[in-house]
Ligand binder design. Sequence first.
Ligand SMILES: N[C@H](Cc1ccc(I)cc1)C(=O)NO
Ligand SMILES: [Zn+2]
Ligand SMILES: [Zn+2]
Length: 291
Amino acid sequence: SYVIDNQALVTPVLSQMQASNIGTTITELSSFTNRFYTTTGGSDASNWLKQKWAGMATGRADIAVTQFTHSGYNQKSVILTITGTDNPSEVIVLGGHLDSTVGSGTGETSRAPGADDDASGIASMTEVLRSMIANGYKPRRTIKMIGYAAEEVGLRGSQAIAQNFKANNVNVVGVMQLDMTNYKGSANDIYIYTDYTDSLQNDFVAKLITTYQPTLTIGYDRCGYGCSDHASWTAQGYYASMPFETTMSQSNRYIHTVNDTFANAGGQANHSLKFARLAASFAIELGSDGA
Ligand SMILES: N[C@H](Cc1ccc(I)cc1)C(=O)NO
Ligand SMILES: [Zn+2]
Ligand SMILES: [Zn+2]
């Protein structure tokens, strides 16, 4: 339910999260020549993320990391699963995309750092994972963190996964998309997008921000189209939310260019930390509910 009553579990995880760790992961992901869905870099980045998450989960028998193979291109999505202790059939999904692009002509040697779009989202999720593990947090429901392949070419990775989950009757109770979290281009801190998302869940997201990050300011906007992977989940009838870094009109103009770098977002991840903390509070509040 959307009742906020797990402060004892959420607060220690949030307080341990650090922008510097997010910045490190953004830098690592940006160092692949590109992470395009059909290139060597795209496959290497997927394998790198799998290894990174698996390494972090060492010693946790309830955490598994797999890759989801897509048809028609080599880049695999990465799925980390924290199996719930006593209500495992109900699933919470945190997502971001691991591919990067400099447009349709992206090839093997194209330079596409994709620091904000969307290394920042993957890095935010990674810091959630690190702090949950450091605090020994074990959810009652299952939490999945997904690095989607092929978002930039039509939300293809998330579409395949959301369709697969629907076909298998996976009971996903909520989805949060993190795509572009580190470019502070607008007045407010977090913008809750209201199209291709669920309005009730969006109200819960706003309450999470006012409860756990009361100094942050909230804005609202719309994309006007299916602008990221949340739209794939909504299309399958699941509840999705997308907290975004700016208003639509002030969105990061460096994306999909060689200039989408960590330095061009200020060389620090203070903005991403807000989204990482929001994602952690979302996953823990929903993840701590029993059957
Ligand atoms: N189109 C999206 C970027 C994007 C998403 C939302 C808004 I507002 C502006 C721009 C993309 O490239 N996702 O990877
Ligand atoms: Zn993009
Ligand atoms: Zn993106």
